[in-house]
Design a binder for this molecule. Structure first.
Ligand code: NAD
Length: 250
């Protein structure tokens, strides 16, 4: 389905991004991986997927510009890299605020602005953001993340309108809690911010939000991303797809 398509998936050395990269590669796309991690493990992933890798730190706009110049035009851009920090707003470290806004929001602006000319030249493109249920609703102690994800939803709608006549779609996928290192990593901070045990955080904070009482799987998100890359999705643009076990229906 995606032969002849080149796809950059940011933050694809782990979690949701890796599942999306696997799904795109399985359909024949030439995948460019990005993200942090162990060099040997990343080399194994490249071999598994027949992918190449660019290790740009997406907090740095200059590094993003260099990456986009190095990899050349892409047909599919998945803005997925993200991070989380959990703390009351009065204790929220300003440098964490800046990093989250840079990675979860501004990086997508930079990759998009640099990818769009190539997509316009071909008259075809797919821009997908891994947003979050937190693009639609909020939770306490996640002020930077919620601000960035709400902004990603607005950014995506705006570029969808701009690009609508160019064969380029732009959509958000908004997962609820997906069991990945990002979720596992926020459990200790949530335990201290809320004075809870690990089991209480999993059951009373995380899964409490999801009526299905189960974590979304990275592969579920990847299947939706793959659908959005296909021809059947050519008229889907500016949408924000929830895949959150019913969380935002409540
Ligand atoms: P993850 O921690 O497994 O993966 C994050 C990826 O981003 C990794 O590849 C990591 O190396 C990369 N990354 C981190 N900092 C980077 C940097 N400075 N430069 C380049 N790459 C960097 O997390 P995940 O859960 O797979 O999250 C992926 C996306 O999904 C994020 O945008 C996250 O906000 C979003 N999301 C996750 C969940 C969830 O429950 N896991 C829910 C909704 C949305």
């Amino acid at each position: 389905m995606l032969k002849e398509k080149r796809a950059l998936v940011t933050g694809s050395t782990s979690g949701i991004g890796l599942a999306i990269a696997r799904a795109l590669a399985a359909e024949g796309a030439e995948v460019i991986l990005n993200g942090l991690g162990d060099a040997d493990e990343i080399a194994c992933l490249c071999e598994e997927l027949g992918a190449t890798y660019n290790g740009a730190n997406l907090i740095d706009p200059d590094a993003i510009a260099q990456m986009m110049a190095d990899i050349g035009p892409v047909d599919i851009l998945v803005n997925n890299a993200g991070m989380q920090h959990v703390a009351p707003v009065e204790d929220f470290p300003p440098e964490k605020w800046d990093a989250i806004l840079a990675l979860n929001l501004s990086a997508a602006f930079h990759t998009t602005r640099l990818a769009v000319p190539g997509m316009k030249a071909k008259g075809w493109g797919r821009i997908i953001a891994t947003a979050s249920a937190h693009s639609l609703t909020a939770s306490p102690f996640k002020s930077a993340y919620v601000a960035a994800k709400h902004a990603m939803a607005g950014f995506t709608k705006s570029i969808a309108l701009e690009l609508a006549t160019h064969g380029i779609t732009a959509n958000c996928i908004s997962p609820g809690y997906v069991w990945t290192p990002l979720v596992e990593g926020q459990i200790p901070d949530t335990m201290s911010a809320r004075g809870m045990t690990r089991d209480q955080v999993i059951n009373d904070v995380l899964l409490a939000k999801q009526p299905t009482k189960s974590f979304v799987q990275p592969e579920d998100v990847a299947a939706l991303a793959l659908f959005l890359c296909g021809d059947a999705a050519r008229n889907i643009t500016g949408a924000n797809y929830s895949i959150d076990g019913g969380w935002t229906a409540g």
